[in-house]
Design a binder for this molecule. Structure first.
Ligand code: GAR
Length: 244
């Protein structure tokens, strides 16, 4: 029996798609995406989940009490026997009782190198605008545990991505998102495998790169993908899904 995983998202769900594509290329993985949850009824991520024959649920949060949302979320997660939750562009604060129930079993991906450019209101294109406005020369995704505050939980993995001269928020977002699609499925896989065995997941380091968690070293994205990481891990073989 594989470990049931839930993915929460508010928008397109290209990270969900990357996780599903990666999962499809694994040999008998001990985990599966069992449930997709969105706070937006018309979110494309719900269509992606249904298209993959995964239970996809709209769980409204706007205008409701945190207690009501927490109760409904926990009922949903328990009814699907979810053992691990990945937030992938989910723009609501997870209620404290849900965080407590999934402590160290819930992660989030953020499109900047936390603790910089995170916190309430920092999501999507706003993050990339802030990175450019600050004149940062390096950005990149962070995966971290979810706690009771936005973007604050302990960091699991980061991948530095260069900011290039002439970047606008869209070119930067595209470059970072490509790396998210490489990084997040592998973190979810590592966590899924560890939790399926009843083990505590280890910190994540992508293979084939000089990457280290907390590192601020610049990795040239194109070089890393073409010469190292993608070739060694077969990432190209998992790139069939529509992600944008
Ligand atoms: C991703 O870039 C993710 O890092 C970001 O939302 C995007 C979702 O894209 N998350 C945040 O900004 C959270 N603070 P997707 O729907 O195409 O996966």
């Amino acid at each position: 029996m594989s470990l049931p995983v839930a993915v929460f998202a508010s928008g397109s769900g290209s990270n969900l798609q990357a996780i599903l594509d990666y999962h499809a290329g694994l040999d008998a993985p001990p985990w599966r995406v069992e449930l997709v949850v969105s706070d937006q009824e018309d979110a494309k991520v719900l269509q992606r989940g249904r298209h993959a024959a995964i239970r996809a649920r709209f769980l409204p949060a706007a205008g409701r009490s945190s207690g009501d949302v927490a109760g409904e979320t926990l009922d949903l997660l328990r009814s699907s026997e979810i053992g691990f939750v990945a937030l992938a562009g989910y723009l609501r604060l997870i209620p404290a009782p849900v965080v407590a129930a999934f402590r160290e079993r819930m992660v989030n991906i953020h499109p900047a190198l936390l603790p910089a450019f995170g916190g309430k209101g920092m999501y999507g294109m706003r993050v990339h605008e802030a990175v450019l406005a600050a004149g940062a020369t390096v950005t990149g995704p962070t995966v971290h545990f979810v706690d009771e505050e936005y973007d604050r939980g302990p960091i699991i993995a980061q991948w530095p991505v260069p900011v290039r001269a002439g970047d606008d928020p869209h070119t930067l977002a595209t470059r970072v998102l490509r790396v998210e699609h490489l990084l997040y499925p592998r973190v979810v896989d590592q966590f899924g495998r560890a939790l399926a065995r009843g083990c505590r997941p280890a910190p994540f380091s992508p293979p084939g790169t000089a990457f280290l968690a907390h590192s601020r070293a610049t990795v040239d994205l194109e070089r890393a993908i073409s010469a190292g990481f993608a070739a060694r891990t077969g990432a190209a073989a998992h790139g069939n899904g529509e992600r944008t």
